[in-house]
Design a protein around this ligand. Structure first.
Ligand SMILES: Cc1cc2nc3c(=O)[nH]c(=O)nc-3n(C[C@H](O)[C@H](O)[C@H](O)COP(=O)(O)OP(=O)(O)OC[C@H]3O[C@@H](n4cnc5c(N)ncnc54)[C@H](O)[C@@H]3O)c2cc1C
Length: 269
């Protein structure tokens, strides 16, 4: 039977994380499902857990002149309802899961889980977001690409919590976001595609196609310089390594990505 820790504040949480090997539980919408057991039995957690959802120090949304700061404990519902945050970001989170799940599921949980289908990740890659990690004795700031190192793998150390996400303020001129799934609501993505036209040009991030999100600054440069459509499409095709799985096929995902890229580039001309 695993032990439960319920800290009174962030300091206590980080002290306990430094002293024990603990699994953080935020909204529990990923973890509890993965740990489900036969009816009547307690959850099959893989170790002792620490509950962090109630910690006020992780539930904030603030802004500076250059960035938004979003605490890891902010729920998807709070994110969507926050007028301060840009519409293109709220649209992505508003299409995740269902209202009931969004009331519990946190931003930090979606990022820490590092699932290839996590819908927040393409947005964070396209925006060049940074992840702030805190432990009892350290604070680290990592670009999202350095944090997400593989399918279900992150650069987080066992004694660290995700503290916040830093989302740079961009001057957005155009966006295209598409989440493709079996149905509209409560479904994991077959493909999630985020294109932004910011002051420095096109940024494109594609989720659910590989183990981690696909983003290529070299191909974006080619788009910005008006390079040949074929060379851009071939370049992206070469980056899509995923295989067929229970949600979709490699071929379907490739076709969706190519169609969306063509739409994006046509609108640019
Ligand atoms: C019905 C249903 C529909 C869903 N639909 C979608 C969807 O459309 N798109 C999508 O992307 N996801 C979806 N999900 C998955 C899930 O809801 C999200 O990934 C959610 O954001 C997870 O957040 P959480 O707070 O519940 O995480 P938890 O389940 O509490 O934790 C998930 C992981 O993150 C870790 N963790 C949590 N917080 C921190 C932190 N601050 N620091 C370090 N580690 C931390 C935990 O240890 C665990 O490994 C769905 C889930 C369900 C049940």
């Amino acid at each position: 039977m695993y032990k439960n820790y319920r800290p009174n504040n962030l300091k206590e949480a980080l002290d306990w994380m430094a002293e024990h090997k603990l699994i953080p539980v935020a909204g529990g919408t990923d973890l509890m499902i993965r740990a489900r057991n036969w009816q009547g039995a307690s959850r099959a957690m893989k170790g002792d857990v620490i509950y962090i959802q109630h910690l006020d120090e992780l539930r904030f949304i603030t802004e500076t002149e250059t960035d938004y700061h979003i605490g890891a404990g902010v729920t998807q519902a709070q994110f969507c309802q926050c007028d301060m945050l840009p519409d293109y970001a709220r649209e992505v989170v508003g299409q995740m899961a269902t209202p009931a799940i969004r009331n519990a599921a946190t931003i930090g949980g979606n990022i820490a889980n590092a699932a290839s289908v996590a819908d927040l990740l393409p947005l964070l890659y396209a925006a060049d977001a940074k992840i702030v990690l805190r432990s009892r004795d350290s604070r680290r700031v990592l670009p999202i690409q350095s944090f997400e190192i593989g399918k279900y793998k992150t650069a987080r150390r066992a004694d660290e919590l995700i503290f916040e996400v830093i989302l740079p303020k961009l001057e957005i001129r155009r966006t295209l976001y598409k989440k493709m799934g079996q149905r509209r609501a409560s479904i994991l993505s077959k493909v999630s595609f985020m294109a932004l036209e910011a002051e420095d040009g096109t940024r494109i991030a594609i989720g659910a196609v590989n183990d981690t999100v696909v983003r290529s600054k070299e191909l974006e440069k080619r788009i910005n310089e008006g390079g040949g459509v074929k060379s851009v499409l071939d370049g992206y095709k070469a980056l899509l390594h995923g295989s067929d799985d229970k949600r979709s096929t490699k071929r379907y995902r490739e076709r969706v990505v190519i169609n969306l890229l063509m739409k994006w580039m046509e609108e640019k001309r």
